[in-house]
Design a protein around this ligand. Structure first.
Ligand SMILES: Cc1ncc(C[n+]2csc(CCOP(=O)(O)OP(=O)(O)O)c2C)c(N)n1
Ligand SMILES: [Mg+2]
Length: 1005
C-alpha cells in the first residue's frame, strides 16, 4: 500500500522552496535516499526517504513551497512510510554524535564525528579494489558501532604500526577539500533565518551605501565594500548568536575585527541605534567631531573600537597574546575564569604577514582554547588571488594543524551537501581537491555554465551528477562562509572545543553580491564606487526594500523600531549582554607608591658604581614590596633577564608557565633558580620581541579589556625596540596602552662591544613620533626613580592615556645625591645640575643626556681648570619632552600675535644664562637638535650619527666625537666662533687632543 513521504520537522522554516526533485515515479529508493531538496534562506536541505520502496506519485515540483508535514511523494512497499514526527527523532538519535573521550589525543570533538569516508574511485594503483572496499567498510562499521573516537584510535594505532614497520606514511597535514563538520554532525542554528537574512541584507546595503556616499563627496575619502561583502555572514552569525558583551555580570568576549571590514560594523551599529545617519555620513571625515574612523582605531573612537587591526598581521599576534594574557590573569588569580573567548578575524591575504603565523605555535603550546581565529578565505587580496596556483585553505590548514590547532574548514554551503552525498564515485571530492584557487575565483566570476564546463565537465560522471541542474542552480551552489547554517555549526563547535585554539577557515567570495561591478574579480578590493546600475543590482540581489529613487539617492535603510527585524536584532544583543564593539573601563586606579619608596636612590652611591639598569631593577624590587603595586606589575622579558640582572625575579615572583614546572631545574639550588609556576608573574617571552610587545599591549590595555589596571614593564635591548616592533608600538599608542617600555643597554657608545646591529642611537627619535609616548633618557638613579614614580602616578593613578619609554644603560658609575628641588625639571626634561663659576669669565651652557652627560661633566672640569671657561651643566632627561613644550609654546605665540610672548621651558631655563649652548647625547644629533629653535641662542649639537661598531667605550666615544676631549675642543671652537675667546685656544686644544681634522664624518665610515 502506498504511503506518504512528508516534510519532517525542519525547525522554524515555513514555505520553503523545492529546488530539486531527485526521484521520479517508478524509481526504487533505499531508506535515506534523498527525495527532494528544499531551500531556505541560503541553505538547502535534502529530504531523505524514510524507508525503502518504490516511488509511486510525486506530489511536488520544482518551485513549489513546502512546510513541515507537506506531502512530497508516495512510496510503496515501504515498511514505514511517512512518519515526519517520529522518524527524524529516530534519525537524530542514531546520528547523535558520540561524545567520547579520545583514546589517542585530546583533540577530538563532536565535529570530528565523520559518518563517511570518501573512497577514491578505483585507480590503476589499486590492485585489489574489493579488499580496499572491505577496509573502508570495516572503518565505517567501527564509526557506526563505536563512534569516531574509536575509529580514530584504531587508525592511529595502524599508522603507528606502519611507522614501526618502516612504511612510508601518508602526509596527514591536510584533509580533503570539504567541510570538517559533516552535515549530520552540524548543530543547527536556533535563529530565525528569514529575519536574519533580512537584517544581513540591510547591513550589507548600509555598509556599501556609506562607502559610496563618502566617495560621492570626494574620491579622496576611499573605503572598502568587497571585504565586508565577503564576510557579512561570518560577522552576523557571531553577533546574533555567539559574542557576549561586557556587562556587570560577565567580562565579555573580545573581538578583533578585520580592519577594512569596519563599514559593516558601523552599518550594524546604525541598525542598533548606536550610530546616526549623520555619523554614517561622516565616514572617513573625522576632522570635525562625530565622523567615523576609516578603520578600527580606539584612539579616534575611544568608546567604540577596542583593537586596532588594520595594519595586516598585528591583529593576529595581538589576539594570540591577548588570549594568553587572559589565561595569565586567570592563573594568577586576578580575574575569574568565565569562559571568555578571543575571536580574531583575519584576511587570507593577511596570513602572509610573518606576524600572522609567527605566534601560532605559542597559542597551541599554551593550549589557548579561549582563542578562535576566523580566516575569511575569499581567495583574494588587494591585487589578485592569494594563491592562484594553490589552495590557501589547504595551506593554512597544514600550518595550523602542524602546530596543533583545532582546524575547522567551512568550504561548501548546504547546496553542496546533497551533491556530495550523491556522488558515490568520490570524483566530486577529487575534483574539489585538484582545482586551484585561481580557478575557484573564476568560477564565481563567470557564472553557472562556466562552472558546469570547467569544474564538473572534467569528469563525465560529474557532468552527469549535475545534469538535472540548471546553470542557475549551479551558480547557486554556495560557499560555506556565506551559509549561516554552516557558519553557525562551525562557531558552535569552536566554542565547545577544549585543549587547543581553533581556527575556522571559511571560504567566501570577495565582493559577494556586487555582480559585474566587483564580485570575485581582481579589482574588487578597491571598488568603492557603485554606479546607479550597480546599486540597483545590489539592492535586488539582497532584496532591500528601497525604491529606485531611494537607491539613486543612496539612502540608508533602517526598518522601524518596532519592526520584527529591529526587535530581533536588539533582542539577540540583549540576550548576549549588550552591544559589540564597545570600549569601556571600570578599572580602579592603582595608588602610586609613597614618595619615600625610592628614598635609597636619592642619596649618593659614593664609590659604589652601578648602571641605571641595575638601579631600575632595584626599583622594581622595591615596587614589589608595595602592596598596591606589587600584584599588578607584569615584568616582560624576551630572554635577556640575565643581561639586565633580573634573574633574581625568577625565584622571587616566578616565571609564568601555564603547566607549572615539570622538571627540577638544573640550577635548583641557586637563588636565581629558573622557577616556572602556574601563578608566576614574569612573562619570559623567549627571543620574541613582537610577542613580548603584544603581551605588553595586552597588559597595558587590561584596564579596558579586563577592567583591571596592570603595570606592564617590558625590558628589551633598546635597538630591538621601536626599530624592530615599531608598528606594534604605534598600535599600542592607538590602543591607549599604559605601561613602561624600557630600552636597556641603550646608547650608541655605551653598549661597547656589540657592534652595528646592537648600538642604538635613534630609538628616542622613533619613540618621539608616537604622540602619546613620553620618553626619557636619564643618567642618574634618582632621575630614573623620579620618572618611574611619576609615570606610575600619571598612568595608573590618574589614568592618563600615555605610555613611557625610558632608556637604561649598562655602564657602571657612581651616582650623585639628588640636587634639591630638581624633580620638576627632571619631569619637564631638564634641570641645572651644576654651575662652574670659579673663574667668572667666559661661560658656556653644557647640555648632556644619558651616559654622555658624564662626559659633559668631565669636559666642564677640564674647561674650567685648564681653559678658565665657566659653565652651567644641565642634565637633559628628555629632549623629546622639551620639544613638545617648545612646539606648543611657539604655536601659541603664533596664534596670539597681540599677546605677550610666552616662553618655552627651554627658554626659561637658558635665557638668563650666558654663552652658547653645546648639547651632547649618545644619540644622533637630531635628538638634541629638536630644541634648537627654542633656545634662541647659538646652539651646537654633538651626537653619534653613523653606524655603530664594536670597540671599547672610550674609542667609540672618540670615534663619534662625544668624549670629553671632543666636547672640550668643540666648546672652545664654538666660543671662538662666537668671538668669546681667541681662535688659537681652540686650535691648541684640537692639537692637544690629537683630533684629526681630516677624519671623515662618522656617517660616511
Ligand atoms: C601591513 C599592511 N600592509 C598593507 C596593507 C594594505 N592592505 C589593506 S587590505 C589589503 C589586502 C587584504 O587582503 P586580505 O587579507 O585577503 O583581506 P580581504 O580584503 O580579502 O578580506 C592590503 C594589502 C595594510 N593594511 N597593512
Ligand atoms: Mg582575502
Amino acid at each position: 500500500m502506498a504511503q506518504n513521504i512528508s516534510v519532517p520537522d525542519i525547525g522554524d522554516f515555513k514555505d520553503v522552496e523545492v529546488i530539486e526533485v531527485l526521484v521520479k515515479p517508478g524509481d526504487k529508493v533505499n531508506k535515506n535516499d534523498p527525495i527532494v531538496t528544499i531551500e531556505s534562506d541560503k541553505s538547502s536541505i535534502e529530504i531523505p526517504s524514510p524507508s525503502s520502496g518504490e516511488i509511486k506519485d510525486l506530489k511536488v515540483k520544482i518551485g513549489d513551497k513546502v512546510s513541515e508535514g507537506s506531502v512530497l511523494a508516495t512510496i510503496e512497499n515501504g515498511q514505514v512510510a511517512s512518519a515526519p514526527k517520529e522518524e527524524p527523532k529516530k534519525e537524530s538519535k542514531e546520528r547523535k554524535p558520540v561524545i567520547e573521550k579520545s583514546k589517542t589525543n585530546g583533540n577530538l570533538t563532536p565535529v570530528k564525528q565523520v559518518k563517511k569516508i570518501f573512497s577514491e574511485p578505483a585507480s590503476k594503483d589499486d590492485i585489489d579494489p574489493i579488499e580496499t572496499n572491505e577496509w573502508i567498510e570495516s572503518l565505517n562499521s567501527v564509526i557506526d558501532n563505536d563512534g569516531a573516537s574509536r575509529a580514530s584510535y584504531l587508525l592511529n594505532k595502524v599508522i603507528d604500526q606502519a611507522y614501526k614497520s618502516g612504511l612510508v606514511l601518508p602526509d596527514t597535514r591536510t584533509t580533503p577539500y570539504i567541510n570538517t563538520i559533516p552535515p549530520e554532525a552540524e548543530v543547527k542554528s536556533p535563529g530565525d533565518q528569514n529575519i536574519e537574512k533580512k537584517i544581513r541584507a540591510y547591513i550589507r546595503w548600509n555598509a556599501a551605501a556609506m562607502v559610496v556616499k563618502a566617495n560621492k563627496k570626494s574620491s579622496e575619502l576611499g573605503g572598502h565594500i568587497g571585504t565586508f561583502a565577503s564576510a557579512a555572514t561570518l560577522y552576523d552569525v557571531g553577533m546574533n548568536h555567539f559574542w557576549r558583551a561586557k556587562n556587570n555580570k560577565f567580562g565579555g568576549d573580545l573581538i578583533y575585527f578585520q580592519g577594512h571590514s569596519a563599514p559593516g560594523m558601523y552599518a550594524r551599529a546604525f541598525l542598533e541605534g548606536r550610530l546616526s545617519v549623520k555619523q554614517l555620513d561622516g565616514f572617513r571625515q573625522e576632522v570635525n567631531k562625530g565622523g567615523l574612523s576609516s578603520y578600527p582605531h580606539p584612539w579616534l573612537m575611544p568608546n567604540f573600537w577596542q583593537f586596532p587591526t588594520v595594519s595586516m598581521g598585528l591583529g593576529a599576534i595581538m589576539g594570540i597574546y591577548q588570549a594568553r594574557f587572559l589565561k595569565y590573569l586567570i592563573n594568577r588569580g586576578l580575574v575569574r575564569d568565565e569562559g571568555r573567548k578571543i575571536w580574531v578575524f583575519l584576511g587570507d591575504g593577511e596570513m602572509d604577514e610573518p606576524e600572522s603565523l609567527g605566534a601560532i605555535g605559542l597559542a597551541a603550546r599554551e593550549k589557548l582554547d579561549n582563542l578562535i581565529f576566523v580566516i575569511n578565505c575569499n581567495l583574494q587580496r588587494l591585487d589578485g588571488p592569494v594563491r592562484g596556483n594553490g589552495k590557501i585553505i589547504q595551506e593554512l590548514e597544514g600550518s595550523f594543524r602542524g602546530t596543533g590547532w583545532n582546524v575547522i574548514k567551512v568550504i561548501w554551503g548546504s547546496y553542496w551537501d546533497q551533491l556530495l552525498a550523491k556522488d558515490k564515485t568520490g570524483l566530486l571530492v577529487k575534483r574539489m581537491n585538484e582545482c586551484v584557487d585561481g580557478e575557484y575565483q573564476a568560477f564565481k566570476a563567470k557564472g553557472g555554465s562556466y562552472v558546469r564546463e570547467k569544474f564538473f565537465g572534467k569528469y563525465p560522471e560529474l557532468k552527469e551528477l549535475i545534469s538535472s541542474m540548471t546553470d542557475k542552480d549551479i551558480w547557486r551552489l554556495n560557499r560555506g562562509g556565506h551559509d549561516p547554517h554552516k557558519v553557525y555549526a562551525a562557531y558552535h563547535a569552536a566554542m565547545q572545543h577544549k585543549g587547543s585554539p581553533t581556527v575556522i577557515l571559511a571560504k567566501t567570495i570577495k565582493g559577494y553580491g556586487m555582480g559585474k561591478s566587483g564580485e570575485s574579480i581582481n579589482t574588487t578590493h578597491q571598488q568603492k564606487k557603485l554606479d546607479e546600475k550597480d546599486l540597483l543590482y545590489y539592492r535586488d540581489r539582497f532584496d532591500v526594500p528601497l525604491t529606485d529613487k531611494q537607491v539613486k539617492n543612496i539612502e540608508y535603510y533602517k526598518p522601524k523600531e518596532d519592526s520584527e527585524e529591529i526587535k530581533y536584532l536588539k533582542d539577540k544583543r540583549l540576550k548576549l549582554g549588550g552591544f559589540i564593539p564597545e570600549r569601556t573601563s571600570f578599572a580602579r586606579q592603582i595608588k602610586a607608591p609613597p614618595k619615600d619608596i625610592f628614598e635609597a636612590f636619592m642619596k649618593s652611591t659614593g664609590k659604589k658604581e652601578m648602571s641605571t639598569t641595575m638601579a631600575l631593577v632595584r626599583m622594581l624590587t622595591a615596587l614589589l614590596r608595595d602592596k598596591n603595586v606589587s600584584p599588578r606589575l607584569v615584568p616582560i622579558i624576551p630572554d635577556e633577564a640575565r643581561t639586565f640582572g633580573m634573574e633574581g625575579f625568577f625565584q622571587k615572583i616566578g616565571i609564568y608557565a601555564h603547566e607549572g614546572q615539570k622538571y627540577e631545574p638544573v640550577d635548583s639550588e641557586q637563588l636565581s633558580s629558573y622557577r616556572e609556576d602556574k601563578s608566576g608573574q614574569v612573562l619570559e617571552e623567549g627571543i620574541n620581541e613582537s610577542g613580548a610587545m603584544s603581551s605588553w599591549i595586552a597588559a597595558g590595555t587590561s584596564y579596558t579589556n579586563h577592567d583591571l589596571e596592570m603595570i606592564p614593564i617590558y625590558i628589551f635591548y633598546s635597538m630591538f625596540g621601536f626599530q624592530r616592533v615599531g608598528d606594534l608600538a604605534w598600535a599600542a599608542g592607538d590602543s591607549q596602552a599604559r605601561g613602561f617600555l624600557i630600552g636597556a643597554t641603550a646608547g650608541r657608545t655605551t653598549l661597547a662591544g656589540e657592534g652595528l646591529q646592537h648600538q642604538d642611537g635613534h630609538s628616542h627619535l622613533l619613540s618621539s613620533n608616537i604622540p602619546n609616548c613620553v620618553s626619557y633618557d636619564p643618567t642618574f638613579a634618582y632621575e630614573m626613580a623620579v620618572i618611574l614614580r611619576d609615570g606610575i602616578k600619571r598612568m595608573h593613578e590618574k589614568k592618563e592615556n600615555i605610555f613611557y619609554y625610558i632608556t637604561a644603560m649598562n655602564e657602571n658609575y657612581s651616582h650623585p645625591e639628588k640636587p634639591k628641588g630638581c624633580e620638576d625639571g627632571i619631569i619637564k626634561g631638564m634641570y641645572l645640575l651644576r654651575e662652574n663659576n670659579n673663574k667668572g669669565k667666559t661661560k658656556i651652557q653644557l647640555l648632556g643626556s644619558g651616559t654622555i652627560l658624564r662626559e659633559v661633566m668631565s669636559a666642564a672640569e677640564i674647561l674650567s681648570e685648564e681653559y678658565g671657561v665657566d659653565s652651567d651643566i644641565w642634565s637633559v632627561t628628555s629632549f623629546n619632552e622639551l620639544r613638545k613644550d617648545g612646539m606648543k609654546t611657539e604655536r601659541w605665540n603664533l596664534l596670539n600675535p597681540n599677546e605677550k610672548r610666552r616662553k618655552s621651558y627651554v627658554e626659561e631655563c637658558l635665557e638668563k644664562r650666558d654663552g652658547p649652548i653645546i648639547a651632547a647625547s649618545d644619540y644622533t644629533r637630531s635628538f638634541s637638535d629638536q630644541i634648537r629653535p627654542y633656545t634662541r641662542k647659538a646652539f651646537y649639537s654633538l651626537g653619534t650619527d653613523g653606524y655603530g661598531r664594536s670597540d671599547t667605550r672610550k674609542n667609540l666615544r672618540k670615534f663619534f666625537e662625544v668624549d670629553k676631549e671632543h666636547i672640550v675642543a668643540y666648546t672652545l671652537s664654538a666660543l671662538a666662533k662666537e668671538q668669546l675667546i681667541a681662535t688659537t685656544e681652540a686650535e691648541k686644544a684640537i692639537k692637544k687632543f690629537k683630533i684629526d681634522k681630516n677624519k671623515e664624518f662618522p656617517t660616511n665610515l
